[in-house]
Unconditional design. Structure first.
Length: 429
């Protein structure tokens, strides 16, 4: 993990450091396109073949049966179920507060305008389970979908070699009330939900993280008119920490490693006003890394990660805004003092007792967040992600009469005579 001095770098060099280390894999893109089109054409037959090929699972029926769900729940330790319950309560509390009813606005006498939210009718949730199951993703996607009132929620997760998804994934889904689940993973799961098969229904919008094949599949189906919308294109996990001399280097190192262990292409960044803290934190990284079960992955991630020494907290915030991190952790004496300066971030964690781990699992906020600098224009998943807004207007005769001059004039400028006539005809005797 390299250390840079901001004063020794030009603005162009600093921006170059903000380019993520992972690159597009053209071969993966081509392979995913073939998989998606094959599923679109052959449906369930293709799904069964890909399950055998990629997951070493023989799946005759992709539906998860009620019996399989009950067996899964019985197999999950009580301690894990209690943690799922704890996390789900906080996630539900936070996302419930996002439900807002907007009032009607009278833009001028006789002209009422307003918006109403409607739930997306069929949503698809993808829950990966590569090196480990992700019950937290079930909660982060399933709870807001349920709160939004989506009439139909479809969940796909890859089968294990026994032909059934991981028990803790099924248990988490059942715990929050999701019953429609399918044993299919990878790019083929995204294609199945986008196009529909004999078993898997076609959905309107797909949510969920995944590897580069899943991400490419989401990109492909969202650009296909026959496909489906998506939440966002999530890349490898990333974290930027802003810290001062008051931060404990052991904690800083632990926080960096918590995201570095996600993926070898993940990136973690330390921005600090204290060179001594940066040096101590890097020493701690080496020590703590040795005891991590995923130290090979974390080590690879750290190769493309870095620390930046800056002259002030204002400079630290400015660099963070350029980087636009998925996770931003502010570990300084008064973390809220720089919040007005923060413009671009997926989720922000304040103080020495707010690890990203809390947001990953159980504090209540959503962990499906924009990566790769897209926090400059994207938000993370929320209740609104599962809804769409419809605008309404109610206009009286007098209200339209007041609007008429502006309406007919602008219609004339745009040479749309029928637009103008649709107004004037209402006042003809």
């Amino acid at each position: 993990m390299k250390i840079y001095q901001s004063r020794q770098l030009t603005p162009e060099q600093q921006r170059a450091l903000c380019v993520r280390p992972w690159t597009e894999d053209r071969s993966a893109k081509n392979a995913v396109e073939c998989i998606c089109l094959d599923v679109k054409r052959r449906g369930d037959v293709a799904l069964r073949e890909y399950s055998k090929r990629f997951d070493s699972a023989k799946v005759s029926d992709v539906n998860v049966s009620p019996g399989e769900i009950e067996t899964a729940r019985a197999a999950v330790p009580a301690k894990v179920l209690a943690a799922i319950d704890h996390a789900s309560r906080n996630i539900r509390t936070f996302h419930s507060a996002q439900s807002k009813k907007e009032g009607r606005i009278e833009t001028e006498p006789g002209v009422l305008c307003w918006r109403e939210q409607r739930a997306i009718e069929i949503v698809g949730l993808y829950v990966p389970a590569g090196s480990a199951p992700l019950p937290s993703t079930v909660l982060m996607l399933g709870i807001p979908a349920l709160l939004a009132g989506c009439p139909r929620i479809v969940l796909c997760s890859p089968p294990k070699s026994n032909g059934v998804p991981d028990p803790v994934v099924l248990a988490a889904a059942a715990h929050i009330g999701i019953r429609e689940m399918y044993k299919v993973g990878g790019a083929q799961a995204i294609a199945a939900m986008a196009y529909g098969t004999g078993s898997v229904p076609k959905v309107d919008k797909i949510f969920g993280p995944g590897n580069q094949y899943v991400t490419e599949a989401k990109r492909f189906v969202s650009s296909d008119p026959d496909g489906a919308s998506i939440d966002l294109l999530a890349g490898p996990s990333e974290l930027l920490i802003i810290a001062d001399e008051s931060a404990d280097p052991r904690i800083v190192a632990a926080d960096l490693l918590s995201q570095a262990e996600h993926d070898s292409t993940s990136q973690v960044v330390l921005v600090t006003t204290s060179e001594s803290l940066a040096t101590a934190a890097l020493e701690q990284l080496s020590k703590q890394l040795q005891s991590l079960p995923r130290n090979t992955i974390a080590s690879k991630s750290l190769e493309s990660s870095f620390a930046m020494i800056v002259g002030s907290m204002q400079e630290a915030a400015a660099f963070s805004n350029i980087y636009a991190p998925e996770h931003l952790l502010i570990n300084i004496r008064q973390p809220e003092s720089i919040l007005p300066l923060i413009q671009n971030a997926g989720s922000v964690f304040l103080g020495s007792f707010a690890p990203v781990t809390a947001g990953d699992y159980a504090s209540g906020t959503n962990h499906t967040l924009p990566t790769g600098g897209t926090a400059r224009w994207f938000s993370g998943v929320s209740l609104e992600s599962f809804q769409r807004s419809i605008t309404f207007q109610s206009i009286t005769r007098d209200g339209l009469k007041r609007l008429a001059p502006a309406l007919t004039t602008l219609a004339g400028v745009e040479r749309l005579e029928a637009h103008a006539r649709a107004v004037t005809i209402r006042f003809e005797s």
